[in-house]
Design a protein around this ligand. Structure first.
Ligand code: FE2
Length: 202
């Protein structure tokens, strides 16, 4: 069994004009596909070859000898989670339990967006910004490079890729505009709400 590249959960022009088909073609078909190919080359014929992706991440996370495996496996997982964090219908507002949790833990949706923006714009280098649920409380965290919270005590609800390859074609160096488009037009609140339900069931 090898790790497969999942298709995008929407057409590659479905996020226009906020994320172009060109960006998605590069990002999914070249970058994520590249991580999948490298990962499969690294694990083929080895002890991790038959494992599902999350177990490959788990088995390589704290093993320096498997750092390349971890980086590529985490990047495959993070990107698939990122695509699902985007909504082609344009962002509406969170509702129900997720809206209540955002109000409780951040003060308001506007305050959440402000805190998320501050972390995403200020993040140095490559990485990911995550809305997570941790011990019954929502939080925002940054992970560097390929690092992923999957399998940790922090349950991811949604993520934003802040590697330059995610936005440079559409926004050049204007990362704040990319972050604003994510929060105001693209974030998939239904996906985040489903992940919160799962976190609360753990
Ligand atoms: Fe990326």
């Amino acid at each position: 069994m090898s790790i497969e590249l999942p298709p995008l959960p929407f057409a590659d022009d479905a996020l226009e004009p906020h994320m172009s088909a060109h960006t998605l073609a590069l990002h999914h078909d070249k970058h994520q596909a590249g991580y999948v190919a490298k990962l499969n080359a690294l694990i083929e014929n080895g002890p991790l070859a038959a494992l599902p992706l999350e177990q490959v991440i788990n088995a390589s996370e704290d093993d320096l000898a498997r750092k390349d495996i971890y980086n590529n496996a985490a990047q495959v997982w993070n990107h698939t989670f990122f695509w699902n964090s985007l909504s082609p219908g344009g962002s509406n507002k969170p509702d129900g339990a997720l809206a209540a949790a955002i109000d409780k833990d951040f003060g308001s949706l506007a305050a959440f967006k402000e805190a998320f923006t501050k972390m995403a714009v200020g993040a140095f280098g490559s990485g990911w910004i995550w809305l997570v649920s941790e011990a019954g409380k929502l939080g925002i965290i940054k992970t560097s490079n390929a690092e992923t919270p999957v399998g940790s005590h922090r349950v991811p609800l949604a993520t934003l890729d802040v590697w330059e390859h995610a936005y440079y074609v559409d926004y050049e160096n204007r990362r704040p505009d990319y972050v604003a488009a994510f929060l105001d037009k693209l974030i998939n609140w239904d996906f985040a709400a489903r992940n919160l339900e799962k976190a609360q069931a753990i």
